[in-house]
Design a protein around this ligand. Structure first.
Ligand code: ZN
Ligand code: ZN
Length: 347
């Protein structure tokens, strides 16, 4: 079968790889229908080493939907022909943490992700093997579009999780730093959680404009501090969601919140936290939270919010490519040319 493979920095190739097949009784094999390229796929694209990625060739991708082709003997919830969406977080589905919804702390399969090494093949392929399928995929419910389902595999749950971690309460003033798909969906999620005002910060004017169309107050990073200071009569934001993951943007987010505020980091960037301002957090009684989302935990509620028309994750999809032009999709997403925001691919 064909798949997009990492072949070294800035090199993604459409290549022939071994066919996906059942390896365990809990597995299913999916024939893919659509794929998303995630911001974290760009870290791989740039050659950021992940554990277990010594071999410089592996298939990539962790956001996709598809049709069930084969089902292992122990699978209860799915049969051939079902249309399902992946969860970017993969758990065993049987340990205490998985059963409590904390997939990221799975004791047997912790930090297994499709497409960052050899353990789980990437999903940007014609087919994929899904382990513990009863736990790691969901049927695509009635009324959920392809684009919405792609957003539910990772980006939307991550944005929502970032807002929950920020402790947003009705009436709060919220700052969102970084307006990629996750940041923009954090803006939308913050309003859905009752935020009265959302300040949206990004370097790119076109992304600020999209945030403004959602009802946020768009701000440039260089003036965000003084603008929020003036707009809140010096009180600053109740909380901030950071969706970049760089030292500078995390530092900015810390500066934008009021005393006793909360900073929630979901940006999986390259922050080193070498000069982490623990003293500033202490003096201002700030709460700092960072984490990786357990996607499955948020599906039920987010599906309802989409069906009710309160969240519209599909509007952030800007480009569609066939999988065999994946290299161009990665290049464009990385360079952010032509307003590239969320790239979706089809086989
Ligand atoms: Zn991702
Ligand atoms: Zn587990």
């Amino acid at each position: 079968m064909k798949a997009l493979c990492y072949r070294g920095p800035q090199t993604i190739r459409y290549e022939t790889v071994a066919d996906a097949k059942l390896e365990d009784d809990g597995d299913i094999v999916l024939r893919m229908e659509a794929y998303g390229i995630c911001g974290s796929d760009l870290h791989i694209y740039h050659g950021l080493p992940f554990p277990g990625t010594k071999t410089p060739c592996f298939s990539v991708g962790h956001e996709a939907i598809g049709e069930v082709m084969e089902v292992g003997k122990a699978v209860r919830r799915f049969r051939p022909g079902d249309r399902v969406m992946l969860s970017a977080s993969v758990g065993c589905g049987a340990c205490r943490n998985c059963l409590m919804g904390n997939v990221q702390a799975c004791t047997t399969a912790a930090m297994r992700i499709y497409g960052i090494g050899r353990e789980l093949a990437g999903c940007q392929a014609e087919a994929i093997r899904v382990p513990a399928a009863d736990f790691n995929v969901s049927l695509i419910p009635e009324g959920i579009s392809i684009e919405q389902a792609i957003m539910l595999t990772d980006n939307l749950p991550t944005a929502w999780f970032g807002c929950i971690n920020a402790g947003i309460r009705p009436g709060d003033t919220v700052a969102v730093v970084g307006l990629g798909p996750i940041g923009l969906m954090a803006v939308e999620s913050a309003f859905a959680l009752g935020a009265s005002r959302v300040f949206a910060v990004d370097l790119l004017a076109e992304r600020r404009q999209i945030a403004a169309s959602l009802g946020a107050t768009p701000l440039e990073p260089t003036t965000a501090l003084t603008e929020i200071h003036d707009a809140t009569s010096g009180r600053m934001a109740h909380c901030a969601v950071e969706a970049v993951g760089l030292d500078a943007t995390i530092q900015l987010a810390i500066g934008l919140v009021a005393k006793q505020g909360t900073i929630s980091v979901v940006g999986a960037g390259t922050a080193t936290s070498k000069d982490f301002p623990i003293r500033e957090l202490l003096i201002r009684n700030l709460t700092f939270r960072a984490g990786v989302c357990s996607v499955q935990e948020h599906w039920e509620l987010l599906i309802q919010l989409i069906q009710q028309g309160r969240l519209h994750p599909e509007r952030f999809v800007t480009h569609s490519f066939p999988l065999n032009q994946g290299e161009e999709a990665y290049r464009m997403f990385d360079a952010r040319t032509d307003g590239a925001l969320k790239m979706v691919m089809t086989p």
